[in-house]
Design a protein around this ligand. Sequence first.
Ligand code: 5AD
Length: 354
Amino acid sequence: MGANARLIDELRRTRTLAATELRELLLTMDAADEEALFSAAREVRRETVGDVVYLRGLIEFTNYCRNDCLYCGIRRSNARACRYRLSDEQILACCDQGHELGLRTFVLQGGEDSGFGDDHICALVAAIKERHPDCAVTLSIGEKSRESYARYFAAGADRYLLRHETSNPAHYRRLHPPELTIENRKRCLDDLRDIGYQVGCGIMVGSPYQTVDNVVEDLLYMRDFEPHMVGIGPFVPHGDTPFAHMPAGTLEDTLRLLAIVRLMLPEVLLPATTALGTIDPTGREKGIRAGANVMMPSLTPLDVRGDYLLYDGKVGVRDQAADVMRDLEERVEAAGCGVDLGRGDHPGFGDASA
Ligand code: 5AD
């Protein structure tokens, strides 16, 4: 038995631990603990949401961004980024293709691009919902006013992804330019939840200057916020950013955090991210074995897909969507799960396709 068997068992039963216990667990976990943690995460997933992995079609529709986050390859001061914006026709064609492939959630992700005003976003969301009323639309377009979020929701958006990145204010300041604050980020997340979205927050694992205490704070923040979705992937350096020479987050740390989040929030929608597949060839399968249950194949047109680079080495930038789908399905099965092509709403929400 591992040194922390009792803590892992307590985490599973009570869905939480004290900050000091989480710290202890993260700092002293041995190989036997890790096995126990992953297998507890799989069991909790099986008991609560089943051994299925949901696929979300990702449309990276603009890489223009007004922000200058120090870790991100599409930060505004990266003059080497090759900028693009998809037209409405291109975005709708991506959705049509995804629908044809069986996908029932489309995630519109982009930088904070003033070239896409609120009217435009609302028109896009409405057009997608009109063509594909059986689908969920997820937005991932950054920090906006409460009014803007309310307008997108009224236009038909169902979900919103906005990682909080780190809940510690001092750490947040080391990763972001001064005009971005954790207070506003949390305000956004609170507004999104109030308005009625299914909301996702999350962090990068091993981001520069991250300490174990930061991670504990993030886990407790997520436990208290109770997001519907949690995005957790390793930090991967991008060569044209100030963090070019910082080390990447590790597979091991990422898998442990995925499993802990599954135990804290049993019903959460938890992706095995592309970044995880980038630091290890079988990283996403391992993520599923640690409790993840979502994957996000890219529907972004191939001629620009290689320009949406938040970090170096991103996998899948040359593969046709249909091939990516088959590849992911194989990975899901290799990890002992089955693909579910339904909308995959959080159990707390009605599932329109059920
Ligand atoms: N490495 C890993 N993840 C990154 N993101 C941005 N830059 C990087 C990077 N260099 C993540 C952030 C953001 C999400 C869209 O991508 O967490 O919220």
